[in-house]
Design a protein around this ligand. Structure first.
Ligand code: GLU
Length: 422
């Protein structure tokens, strides 16, 4: 199959634990709190029997990992992918805890997933699988306990089915505040769809200011052309940068004179893939990562930049739209090469930040304008970037260690204040 795969030899949860350990050391974190943070509070595995279109029953496996809720309800997306694993959702739920703490929004971290290939399923099969999964996790999610959202290969459609199923099961009244990333018609927020990319573009603007990089003469390579990658590329293009390389699960394209995101998107919509885009040279996903450019945006899956290719990265700044694209060994190499990595937990925090705005609007039965959403997002991300950058300078560590360190400080303070029960 041609999916852009996560690197299967690397266990993402081990990566997450290593990151936690490194940051904890720097602040001499209490051993007990470290232990609490090293274990997700709850991990649920569910079997999801679905009647397929051929009338046979297929049993899918799904997960929901709830890492920590010291600062607020668990929050995080649900991904559909053939390679989802329990270790992956555990790691992703821990990263959500850090992400929400860095963005300083009142949530903890969660993540879910179903092992499936949505590209090979009919609409009916997807709906039945999604509703059965929603039912299976319905006792541990809720508007004030765990609020799911979209992630890899899920979107408004799946969120609507989950909201509808949950609402029917729990009192049979509409509960939009259960889930975020919904279509506008049922309580979604303006600006949510572009939020991950927009937030990332704000962090890039802030990094460029600090490093005195001129966006108008900058070049960009983007790995992955899903929701986050597309909008991130479009919004840095709007800042004046030139996109010279882009890729999707089938491979990449390169043109040193620049690719127009608008026409690239139309091409992909029509043809399904970027490959074959007129005037561009075909490159592999590996070559894309090594493109000589100012800004590299990994926007696909985990463990793409590893000790094997980190030395060959030719960017000044890496802004991680994907979750977990860089391994700890690669982080060390990039730091030595003086490449500034804006880590996932900061760079892609715009998505969950606007999810928070969506939830607030739902709870208050309000509708905010798109300008209002984008301005609040800008303020929030700019503050988060400044907090992390300051920590990075103070502790003289890379931006990832600084981000996680800051998050661990915030989460551990909440744990200490609340105390251990009983
Ligand atoms: N799945 C997204 C992430 O990894 C969004 C999560 C959310 O909005 O809750 O940040």
């Amino acid at each position: 199959m041609s999916e852009l795969s996560a690197n299967k030899t690397i266990n993402p949860f081990e990566v997450a634990l290593k990151q936690l350990e490194e940051s904890s050391k720097l602040i001499d974190l209490d051993e007990g709190i470290h232990k609490i943070l090293a274990h997700p509070k709850r991990v649920l595995t569910v079997s999801i029997p679905v009647r397929m279109d051929n009338n046979k029953i297929h049993v899918f496996t799904g997960f929901r990992s709830q890492h920590n809720d010291a600062r607020g309800p668990f929050k995080g997306g649900i991904r559909y992918h053939p390679q989802v694993s329990v270790e992956e959702v555990k790691a992703l739920s821990m990263w959500m805890t850090w992400k929400c703490a860095i963005a300083d929004i009142p949530y903890g971290g969660g993540k879910g997933g179903i092992i499936c290939n949505p590209k090979e399923m009919s609409e009916g099969e997807l709906e039945r699988m999604t509703r059965r999964y929603a039912y299976s996790i319905s006792d541990i999610i809720g508007p004030h306990t765990d609020i799911p959202a979209p992630d890899v290969y899920t979107g408004g459609k799946e969120m609507s089915w989950i909201m509808d199923t949950y609402s029917a099961l729990k009192g049979n009244f509409v509960q939009p505040e259960l889930i975020t990333g919904k279509p506008i018609a049922i309580g979604g927020s303006l600006g949510r769809n572009e939020a991950t990319g927009r937030g990332l573009s704000f962090t890039v603007r802030e990094a460029a200011n600090r490093l005195k990089i001129n966006m108008k003469t900058s070049t960009v390579a983007v790995q992955g052309f899903g929701n986050a990658g597309q909008f991130a590329a479009q919004l840095v293009e709007e800042q004046g940068a030139k996109i010279i390389a882009a890729s999707d699960s089938k491979g990449g394209i390169y043109n040193k004179n620049g690719l127009q995101i608008g026409s690239l998107r139309k091409y992909k919509e029509k043809n399904g893939f970027l490959d074959g885009y007129p005037g561009a040279k075909s490159i592999s996903n590996e070559e894309l990562l090594e493109t000589d450019c100012t800004l590299l945006i990994p926007a696909a899956l985990e463990s793409q930049i590893t000790k094997k290719n980190a030395e060959k990265i030719n960017a000044k700044v890496i802004a991680e739209a994907a979750n977990g694209p860089t391994t700890p060994e690669a982080d060390e190499i990039l730091y030595k090469k003086e490449i500034l990595v804006i880590p996932d937990v900061l760079a892609n925090g715009g998505g969950v930040t606007v999810s928070y705005f969506e939830w607030l609007q739902n709870l208050r039965r309000e509708y905010w304008t798109e300008d209002d959403v984008n301005e609040r997002l800008d303020r929030n991300i700019t503050k988060a970037f400044a907090d992390v950058y300051q920590t990075h300078e103070k502790y003289r560590v890379n931006m990832r260690k600084a981000s996680i360190l800051l998050a661990v400080l915030r989460v551990s303070e909440a744990i200490k204040i609340r105390g251990l029960w009983p």
